[in-house]
Structures are given as structure tokens and as C-alpha cells.
Design a protein around this ligand. Structure first.
Ligand code: ADP
Ligand code: MG
Length: 238
């Protein structure tokens, strides 16, 4: 076997085990549905080159959950857009050179930090000028981010991402996701189902968090009905 073949084989083996590791990694267990998006993320993780992905969507559509799942990966760093400067994101990037940079609510990131991302995403080059001193380094970093409203993002930044627009859940999906979460949290299915239906039909809420809140109080179907009635009674007048 010549050297090239050996290298090829090694390369193949490496890739295979890499791929296998990713598959074995129990990523996304906490997220119900979105199988297609999960698959794309997994594809991005085994890509040789950095792939940047942005999730845009309404509240409670599991965006933050996705970011938190990536914290399971080695060399990942999570930051909130609004905290990037305060949390010293630039220092962290220089010091720890994370492979995965997770930015939740990236629309709140100051333009200064957004601009730094442009170069990292395109060339991997990270530069910073502070007190007339410039430092620079080369990174290989995947950026995964979320936002509610992409209009606040610089357009060159947007164009560097693969973007997925998560749609609000329809009734069927809402009840499936809500029931799934509640049952996972040890709520009996009949109570879970009652909560999901009452939140959608009576409270007319589209926020899964409302189902979770009620589930923490109710011990019976009667409780669910009574809590919903009380919430409606004390609702802010529109
Ligand atoms: N597809 C889903 N799978 C699991 N939990 C979900 C899903 N969609 C919403 N949730 C629940 O809704 C709540 C809000 O999710 P989160 O990721 O914080 O939403 P976002 O960041 O999009 O506002 C969480 O408590 C989560 O458990
Ligand atoms: Mg969020």
C-alpha cells in the first residue's frame, strides 16, 4: 500500500469514526420534532469547513434549546447577544479558540461585535483593535445563532449564515410538542392533554411555556380547568 492510499484510508477511517461519534452523541434529545433541522446541524458538525447556521423564529419555538444542546460539544462557548461585550466574548475567542460559538438572540449584539463576526465567518480571521493595539489570530469556528427578528442584523452578517425560519406551531404541532414535554416531565397524559388543549383553545395562547407553567400547579384535570378559568378572569384587559 503506498503512502497516498494509506493516507486516504486513514482519512476515511477518521471521518467515519468522527461521523459515528457525532451520531452517537445524544444531541437534541430535549427537542421534539424539527428532524430536518437536526439533520442539517449534524451534517454541519461533520463538515470539514465551518458552517454557520441561524435560527429565526417566534418565542418558544425551541431556539434557545438548540443552542443549549450544542453546549454538549467540546470546545463550545455560549453567549447572549446582549452580553457579548460584557461577557468578554472577544477575549474568550482569543484565549480559548472555541470550535463552536453559540449566540442566543444575536439581534441584540452590538454592531461592533457583529462586525468582528463577519471576518471570522468568512476567513476565520479574528482581529481586535483596542487602545491603538491590534491583535489578530486565525480560528476555525462554527457559529450557531438565534434571533427573533433578523431585521436588526447587518445584512453582510445574514448572508454568511444558512438561515432557517421556524414557523409558529399549528394546533396539531403545538399539542404534540406540549404533550411531549409534559409527559417527559412526568405529568400523566390525560392531564397533559387537557393542559395543551385548554392553553390553545381557551387561553388562546401560542406559547408552550404557558403549558409548562400550568403543569407545575395542576394535580388533576379539575385543577387545570380551574387554573385556566382563574387566569382568564385576571387577564389584562385588551
Ligand atoms: N420543539 C420543542 N421541543 C421541546 N421543547 C420545546 C419545543 N418547543 C418549545 N419548547 C419548550 O418551550 C420553552 C421555550 O423554548 P425556548 O428554546 O426557550 O424557545 P425560544 O428560545 O425559541 O424562545 C422551553 O421550555 C421548551 O421546553
Ligand atoms: Mg430564546
Amino acid at each position: 500500500m503506498n503512502r497516498n492510499e494509506l493516507l486516504k484510508l486513514k482519512d476515511g477511517v477518521h471521518k467515519y469514526s468522527d461521523e459515528k461519534n457525532r451520531e452517537n452523541l445524544s444531541l437534541f434529545e430535549s427537542i421534539i420534532g424539527y428532524d430536518d433541522i437536526k439533520k442539517i446541524f449534524k451534517m454541519s458538525l461533520i463538515s470539514d469547513n465551518a458552517v454557520h447556521i441561524l435560527l429565526v423564529g417566534p418565542p418558544a419555538s425551541a431556539k434557545t434549546l438548540f443552542m443549549l444542546e450544542f453546549l454538549k460539544l467540546e470546545r463550545s462557548y455560549f453567549t447572549l447577544g446582549s452580553h457579548s461585550t460584557k461577557a468578554g466574548m472577544m477575549d474568550y475567542l482569543f484565549d480559548y479558540r472555541p470550535r463552536y460559538l453559540l449566540i442566543d438572540e444575536i439581534e441584540h449584539m452590538p454592531y461592533k461585535d457583529q462586525t468582528s463576526l463577519l471576518s471570522i465567518m468568512e476567513t476565520g480571521i479574528l482581529t481586535e483593535t483596542k487602545s491603538q493595539k491590534t491583535r489578530s489570530t486565525q480560528l476555525k469556528t462554527w457559529i450557531f445563532a438565534t434571533c427573533n427578528n433578523e431585521q436588526k442584523l447587518l445584512s453582510p452578517l445574514l448572508s454568511r449564515f444558512i438561515i432557517f425560519h421556524l414557523k409558529p406551531y399549528n394546533r396539531y404541532k403545538f399539542i404534540e410538542v406540549s404533550n411531549g414535554i409534559l409527559v417527559k416531565n412526568d405529568i400523566p397524559l390525560d392531564i397533559a392533554n387537557e393542559i395543551s388543549h385548554i392553553v390553545w383553545h381557551k387561553l388562546k395562547s401560542r406559547d408552550i411555556r404557558d403549558c409548562i407553567k400550568i403543569s407545575r400547579l395542576a394535580k388533576s384535570i379539575e385543577d387545570v380547568e380551574w387554573i385556566a378559568k382563574t387566569l382568564i378572569q385576571y387577564r389584562k384587559n385588551k
